[in-house]
Design a protein around this ligand. Sequence first.
Ligand code: SF4
Length: 116
Amino acid sequence: MPTETQLAEYMAEIREQVCSRCIERPPGAPPCAPHGKRCGIELHLADVVDVAHRVRSGAMDPYIERFHSDVCSHCANKTTNQCPCPLDYLLLLAIQAIDAVDERRAQRGEPAIPVS
Ligand code: SF4
């Protein structure tokens, strides 16, 4: 599992690459939760990072399957009218953002983050 500092770097990249393109983003967001918009990016960031690290595929389907099995399966939002959340269709961008952070970490000589 990433540390809080590592998670902050992933979140900053996701804010830039993903949240900036989200059409559901409330005015004044992100963060979205204070505006009543519950999104998997804010609810489950560590788990989403874990999905990216567990799959490591050139195809998108394995990420989607793992996202649904490892994240959505225990999401409190699942039975509400806020599901599916933006992460459901922005997952590819989120994975790319996580990959970008991992590449930066590798360039800095930092070790890979172990999967949970
Ligand atoms: S798609 Fe639904 S179940 Fe999955 S993270 Fe988003 S709100 Fe939760």
